[in-house]
Write a new protein. Sequence first.
Length: 215
Amino acid sequence: MLQGNAGRPVGPNRWVLILIAAAAVIGTIALYVTNPSGGSCMVKVEPINKGAAPALPVAGSESGLAAFVRKAKPEPLPPIRFMHGSEQPVGLDAFRGKVVLMNLWATWCAPCRKEMPALDRLQGMLGGKDFEVVAVSLDRAGAGPSKKFLDEIGVKNLKLYIEPSARLGAELKAIGLPATLLIDREGREIGRLVGPAEWDHADAQALVKAAIGGR
């Protein structure tokens, strides 16, 4: 029988606690996704509906929205700033009165690139006076690579926003990319998803419509 630090045997109850602790550590390991160009982004899967707000619908796993983590109540966000294109500074206050789906992405992040067409379609379906998808590129190289990528995939509805200093990710406590925040009309975070999703899926549309209707 194994001995503890004080020379006492490690009993069965102690082994149960050790196994539970080990399982918890394994369960929090993040998944890293690497693209062929050598870039990588971390995708951490969060528990389904943690701190769920009952006013929003439950999303199905087939869309990727099951990992959306709702706040128990909307939380204020810091006065973040980023750029529209490569010149014009803008902040969340510019979208006051709209529900915003803010997506943080980068061209080197393979899941980010994969979900971008769906974000573009969601903006085309629901974008307007009540809602906007704000996709902010965190590419350190600036607007050039991001604009080239959006042009290549034929984006029709999204505007180009960038924040190349990586400060935005830290301010929003984004633990990986892609990270998407659902923000209410007052600029408060309703919830977020870390990892990719099918943002034009019926689940995503229901989530956004519920937020729009929750005046």
